[in-house]
Design a protein around this ligand. Structure first.
Ligand code: UDP
Length: 342
C-alpha cells in the first residue's frame, strides 16, 4: 500500500501504487483527502455530483497525472461498479451534510445517505475492496456523557424532529458496514468525524466557522444561535485526513469505529469572539433563537467532545493543529477567495 509502510504486517496487501476511489471527492474533506493521497503517490478517482461539493475544490488537481474526476452521483450503481472494480480502496465520503441542509431537505438527506452507502458496500463486497466509511459525531445525538466513546449508548430525539434523521441515516450506514464486515468479511473502517473544519468548507449548509468568518470579513454582526453556551471541538481537516489515511492502511482497524476529532473545546460565543479578534472585525454578536435559525422545536447538543484514546492506541494519532491556526487559515482562505471575486 502506498500509505504508511513503516510497520508492514503479514496480512497487508501489496497495493502500491494505491488506487483510491473517493466518493464525495469534490467536497471539503474529500478534496483534502485527494491531495494527501496524491502526495503519497496514490492515484485518485474523485466521484462527485456537485450537490454540495464544488469543482473549484479540486480544480487545482485537474492537471495532476494521478487524478481523475468523474461527475456522477455515488448512487449510480452502474458507474460505481466500474469505478470500484478499478480501485483498491473506497473512501466513502459522499453524503448529505450540514444541519441546515438536513432540516431544509430531509428526504434528500435520508435517501442519499442510505442509498450511496448501500451501493458502495455491495460493490466493495463484489470486488473484495476495503471501504472506509465517513460517519459523524451526530450519531451520539444529545447524550450528556462527554467525552463520547465509540461504544457509548446513543441518545436521539423523536422522529418528528428532522435534525435526528441525519444521525439515524449515518447510524444505519454504520450498522450496514459492520454487517457486511461480520457476514461477508468486507474490510470496513468507520471514521466518526467531529466538527471538521478548514479552508474550502462552505457555510452554505450551516457550518459555523465559515459562516462566522465570512460575516466577520464583511463587517457584519456574527450570528450565534441559541445562547452561545453550547460547545464544540473543531479539528483541522489536515489532521483528520492524516488519521483517515493511516486507518485505511492498518488491517487492525478493519471492523472498527474510530472517533476523529480535537479535544480543544470552545463555546460558540467564545468562538465568535475569537474569530472577530483574529479577523480584526468588531466583536458584535447577534443571538438568534434556534427556532428562527432552523425550525420550531429544534434541538441542539450542549457539548460535544470526542474520546480519542482508541485511535491514539491504534495508530498513535492525535491532532497537531490548534484552533487558532485553523481560524487563521480559514480567514486567509476567505480573503483570497474574495480577492478572486468568489
Ligand atoms: N451555529 C451558530 N451560528 C451559525 C451556524 C451555527 O451559532 O451561523 C451553531 C450551531 O447551532 C451549533 C454550532 O454552531 O450549536 C456548530 O454548528 P455546525 O453546524 O458547525 O456543526 P454541528 O455541531 O451542529 O454539527
Amino acid at each position: 500500500m502506498a500509505i504508511d509502510q513503516s510497520t508492514p504486517t503479514p496480512d497487508a496487501r501489496p497495493l502500491k501504487p494505491l488506487r483510491a476511489l473517493i466518493t464525495g471527492g469534490a467536497g471539503f474533506i474529500g478534496s483534502h483527502l485527494a491531495e494527501a493521497l496524491l502526495a503519497q503517490g496514490a492515484t485518485v478517482v474523485a466521484v462527485d455530483n456537485l450537490a454540495t461539493g464544488r469543482y473549484e475544490n479540486i480544480a487545482h488537481l485537474a492537471s495532476h497525472p494521478g487524478f481523475q474526476y468523474v461527475f456522477e452521483s455515488a448512487t449510480n450503481e452502474t458507474v460505481m461498479d466500474r469505478l470500484v472494480s478499478e480501485s483498491d480502496v473506497i473512501f466513502h465520503l459522499a453524503a448529505a451534510v450540514g444541519v441546515e441542509l438536513i432540516v431544509r431537505d430531509p428526504v434528500w438527506t435520508i435517501e442519499t445517505n442510505l442509498q450511496a452507502t448501500e451501493v458502495a458496500l455491495r460493490l466493495a463486497r463484489r470486488y473484495r475492496r476495503k471501504l472506509v466509511l465517513a460517519s459523524t459525531s451526530e450519531v451520539y445525538g444529545k447524550s450528556a456523557a462527554v467525552p463520547y466513546r465509540e461504544d457509548d449508548d446513543r441518545v436521539l430525539g423523536p422522529t418528528t424532529k428532522s435534525r435526528w434523521s441525519y444521525a439515524e441515516s449515518k447510524a444505519i450506514d454504520e450498522f450496514l458496514a459492520l454487517a457486511y464486515h461480520k457476514q461477508f468479511g468486507v474490510p470496513v473502517v468507520i471514521c466518526r468525524f467531529f466538527n471538521t473544519v478548514g479552508p474550502r468548507q462552505s457555510g452554505s449548509y450551516g457550518m459555523v466557522i465559515p459562516r462566522l468568518v465570512a460575516q466577520a470579513l464583511r463587517g457584519e454582526p456574527l450570528t450565534v444561535y441559541g445562547d452561545g453556551h453550547q460547545s464544540r471541538c473543531f479539528c483541522n481537516v489536515r489532521d483528520v485526513v492524516r488519521a483517515v489515511v493511516a486507518l485505511a492502511a492498518d488491517p487492525k482497524a478493519e471492523g472498527e469505529i474510530f472517533n476523529i476529532g480535537s479535544q480543544e473545546e470552545i463555546t460558540i460565543q467564545a468562538l465568535a469572539a475569537r474569530i472577530a479578534a483574529r479577523a480584526g472585525s468588531p466583536p458584535e454578536v447577534h443571538l438568534i433563537p434556534y427556532e428562527q435559525a432552523y425550525e420550531k422545536g429544534f434541538e441542539d447538543m450542549v457539548r460535544r467532545v470526542p474520546a480519542i484514546d482508541k485511535i491514539q492506541a491504534a495508530i498513535g494519532w492525535s491532532p497537531t493543529i490548534s484552533l487558532d491556526q485553523t481560524l487563521d487559515e480559514v480567514i486567509e482562505h476567505f480573503r483570497l477567495s474574495e480577492g478572486r471575486g468568489a
